[in-house]
Design a protein around this ligand. Structure first.
Ligand code: SAH
Ligand code: SF4
Length: 385
């Protein structure tokens, strides 16, 4: 059965497959136009479909009311669908954070899920626009780029899954569209940030990740300056990223997590391939925008990376790079099967102060939604919530 599907799909590779279904989400306007013109339809119908999928957040072809009913029928009859992933489960934390189990439609050979997180920064609903009830003023969506992850950082729960597969362009964009839809976000009016810090290593799924970003900018209408991508330090990915146009390039965060190669190599195997100096050299190639800073994420592992000595070493390291840098400090979030300790009380603040004394700005990242396994490094498709 599996082999049949592969064969049939390749026989039909020039056009839409008549077996199985094909997703429209993930295609850009030019690709949608090509689909339409290949069927003898006006190209501008493609732009209408893009508008429906990405701006109006329509879920079914039959509901794209700007298209003639006959055309909707024709596309659906040929096996096309929008194919937006669904929010299958929602886990809610007391601070308003929501973790979603996202279920992908088009998964072959097996159905897969990944996670996304919604983190509102609220005002208790007091500033609702024109009487509208809203309990958030701005929000951040944390997006996954892969199912699982191959990088194997010792302190991260996602690592335990291994890499299951890359997400497609439509699956990455679709997570965002589904979450925007759930919260009735008005793009352009509401302040929504995206962080590509969910499951997976975005720079090991570079093409899909970056095409998804372009769609999110061009079709969904989000600003790349409100997006941050985090990498564990995949040097070829950082080098490609450096060559992206500023109009579509998110901000960059590097998961540094240690002040030297010795400790980093022990907790992040990727460091043995691309040590700190190689990562910094690649970051240097990025033409930063005015006032743009590179974020260095630093997970504080109790007794391993959270000492004042390490703060000074980190401060000196970052100063020597000469890069406009800031540090996000993240107290390690515990999880089953991961053998580290949370930092001792006071250690995080002492670390921040020691960095400040070295002239490096550092911010404490508050853990969001720890009780529902939504915080950094906890995304493992836990179904208890
Ligand atoms: N794979 C990318 C994107 C995921 S971001 C990357 O590693 O950068 C996830 C962030 O959470 C990274 O900065 C990572 O260092 C951090 N992290 C991983 N496990 C964690 C844990 N258990 N507690 C706190 N932070 C963690
Ligand atoms: Fe992968 Fe990032 Fe977790 Fe490392 S921290 S295993 S790169 S998701």
């Amino acid at each position: 059965m599996a082999d049949d599907r592969v064969q049939l799909a390749s026989l039909n590779s020039a056009g839409p497959s008549t077996v199985g279904q094909q997703s429209l989400i993930g295609l850009d306007a030019a690709e949608l136009e090509a689909v339409l013109s290949a069927r003898g339809e006006a190209r501008w119908r493609g732009a209408q479909i893009a508008e429906a999928i990405y701006r109006q957040r329509v879920k079914e072809i039959t509901e794209i009311t700007t298209l003639p009913a006959a055309l909707r029928q024709k596309l659906a009859g040929e096996g096309w669908k929008i194919g937006r992933p669904a929010i299958a489960r929602v886990f809610q934390a007391s601070d308003g954070t929501e973790r979603y189990l996202i279920e992908f439609e088009d998964t072959f050979p097996k159905a897969e899920t990944a996670e996304a997180v919604w983190m509102p920064e609220g005002d208790g609903g007091e500033s609702g626009d024109e009487g509208e009830e809203r309990d958030w003023r701005r929000a951040t969506i944390c997006v996954s780029s892969q199912v699982g992850c191959a990088v194997g950082c010792q302190f991260c729960l996602t690592a335990q899954l291994g890499l299951q597969r890359n997400l497609t362009v439509g699956e990455i964009v679709g997570q965002v569209v589904a979450v925007l839809d759930r919260h009735s976000v008005e793009v352009g009016r509401d302040r929504v940030n995206l962080v590509f810090m969910g499951m997976g290593e975005p720079f090991l799924n570079y093409d899909n990740f970056m095409k998804a970003v372009r769609l999110l900018v061009v079709e969904v209408g989000l600003s790349p300056q409100r997006m941050t991508v985090s990498t564990s330090g995949i040097v070829p990915g950082i080098e490609r990223f450096a060559a992206e146009a500023a109009e579509v390039r998110p901000k960059l965060a590097i998961s540094l997590n240690a002040p030297n190669d010795q400790i980093r190599g022990e907790i992040m195997p990727v460091n043995r391939k691309w040590p700190i100096a190689a990562v910094i050299e690649a970051v240097r190639k990025i033409p930063l925008r005015p006032r743009e800073r590179v974020t260095f994420e630093y997970v504080l592992l109790g007794g391993v990376t959270d000492g004042p000595q390490q703060a000074r070493e980190l401060g000196r390291l970052l100063r020597r790079t000469g890069l406009p840098a800031k540090v996000n400090l993240i107290a390690w979030n515990p999880g089953p099967g991961v053998e580290f300790k949370t930092p001792a009380p006071g250690a995080v603040e002492a670390f921040r102060a020691a960095l400040a004394a070295e002239g490096i700005a550092a911010y404490l990242r508050q853990p969001r939604g720890r009780e529902i396994y939504a915080a950094c490094g906890q995304l493992k498709r836990t179904v208890e919530g």
